[in-house]
Design a protein around this ligand. Structure first.
Ligand SMILES: Cc1ncc(COP(=O)(O)O)c(C=O)c1O
Length: 426
């Protein structure tokens, strides 16, 4: 699952003691394991190798340039959703032909930037967007590939409402009932070829069946289009593979592949995947220091120096992140990462940050070894949508990011300063 383990009572990332890193960087700090990152990429790549699938890592989950470079060198393409993410991908040396550009509200400027970069596919989310792309590509005398994001209207149990995208009533894509007409009308376009179909049904999708349902519907549509002489050559099945927060809840890459490959293996389709979380989530932890502990009525609070501005997932999605001390010489290493884990010397606490919001918490009603001022805590499975969703709320400089490779480590984003907080202000 990951390369964070306890050696001689100290949490290590690969062969580096976490305490040694944060003694130099301070806290809060995101620490990523390159081995974990690449092993999760490799698992998906090899599971889907029978389809010769193009893996386009979803930058939004964790977009540091060093992370993107490591994945690019491993053969990854990229899924981007903004001009800024396109800029990041290109800065990391991405092959533009291996970039897909999704997003419901691409501006003319963003589309022009992507046209100039000669990206592989524009994922199209509405009729208006398609004709606008055709117009802008025409102005540059280019012919480009579009993938219509089709909303297959499938259900997925266990996916949070805020990250469920495969149902009809979401802002994403085009309803599957309307898609056939869309493709027929789009055939008249001169500069945008709608030769691909894109799905992204939500995140995380904790079982394989929603993919089977969505792909089956997409293939039916592709067959109906073929009968009308409209040929689809590429199917992008999006992202959404689950990651391991408790260690037992996600299908493996091989499980997803076992369900999906039989549907596609006899088809002459180029297959694209856009995994984010399943590659970056388990590769990262957030390390924070206990500032104070206190009682509030019946509750015990552990107040740490990381907050909702550093990791907003608990407050935004009620997400679970396993938390445990970095130094377990006074307690014990965790046996597992389940939300129900209890130890002999534990107490029930809320782990909260210093931001002025009651919603600012990292864990609620959690059993943790007794913690005291100065202790370091590790928040696990924080690599995806962790730093990427961080902000400067409460004028808090963003955390540092560190990448560990074997027994070496380096800062891949320095901690922001107060000057950074005001740098863009006039
Ligand atoms: C279009 C698209 N592709 C891929 C992803 C990545 O999802 P995940 O990180 O769950 O793999 C997302 C996430 O929101 C998305 O919107």
């Amino acid at each position: 699952m990951d390369n964070f383990q306890y050696i001689n009572d100290q949490l290590h990332c690969q062969r580096v003691a976490v305490r040694d890193i944060v003694e130099k960087t301070g806290t809060p700090t995101y620490i990523y394991s390159q081995a974990t990152l690449l092993s999760h990429f490799d698992r998906i790549a090899s599971a889907f190798a029978p389809l010769k699938a193009l893996i386009c890592y979803s930058i939004k989950s964790c977009g540091n340039l060093a992370i993107l470079q490591a994945l690019r060198l491993r053969g990854s393409g990229f899924d981007v959703v903004s001009g800024g993410e396109l800029f990041r991908a290109l800065q990391a040396g991405a092959d533009p032909g291996m970039i897909v550009f999704a997003g419901v509200g691409k501006t003319d400027q963003e589309i022009n930037e992507a046209l100039d970069a000669r990206i592989g596919w524009f994922n199209i989310e509405s009729e208006e967007e398609f004709w606008n792309l055709d117009r802008l590509a025409g102005a540059k005398k280019l012919v480009v590939h579009g993938a219509l994001r089709v909303n297959p209207d499938v259900s997925s149990a266990g996916t949070h409402q805020k990250t469920l995208t495969g149902k009809k009533e979401t802002k994403f894509g085009v309803d599957i009932d309307r898609a056939e007409v869309f493709y027929i009308q789009a055939a008249a376009a001169k500069n945008a070829r709608l030769s691909a179909l894109h799905l992204h049904i939500g995140s995380p999708i904790k079982s394989t069946q929603p993919y089977v349902d969505a792909i089956t519907k997409a293939l039916n549509l592709i067959d109906r289009l073929a009968a009308r002489n409209i040929m689809i050559d590429t199917l992008d099945i999006g992202g959404g593979f689950a990651a391991f927060y408790e260690g037992n809840e996600a299908p493996s890459a091989a499980d997803y592949a076992a369900a999906i490959i039989p549907l596609l293996k006899d088809r002459k389709l180029r297959i694209i995947l856009e995994p984010g979380r399943s590659i970056s989530c388990n590769a990262g932890i957030l390390v924070t220091r206990v500032q104070y502990t206190k009682q509030g009525g019946a509750k015990k609070f552990i107040i740490v120096d990381a907050a909702m501005n550093d990791l907003i997932r608990p407050t935004l999605y009620e997400s679970y992140h396993f938390i445990w001390p970095v130094d377990v010489s006074g307690s014990c290493p965790p046996e597992n990462r389940y939300s129900t884990l209890r130890t002999a010397n534990d107490e029930k606490v809320d782990v909260v940050g210093p931001v002025c919001e009651s919603g600012d918490y990292l864990a609620k009603d959690r059993y943790l070894p007794r913690a005291k001022r100065g202790d370091l805590l590790a928040v696990f499975s924080a690599g995806a949508y962790g730093f990427a969703m961080s902000s400067q709320y409460n004028a808090r400089p963003r955390a540092a990011e560190v990448l560990v490779d074997g027994n070496a480590w380096r800062i891949i984003r320095r901690r922001e300063t107060y000057q950074d907080l005001i740098a863009a202000e006039i």
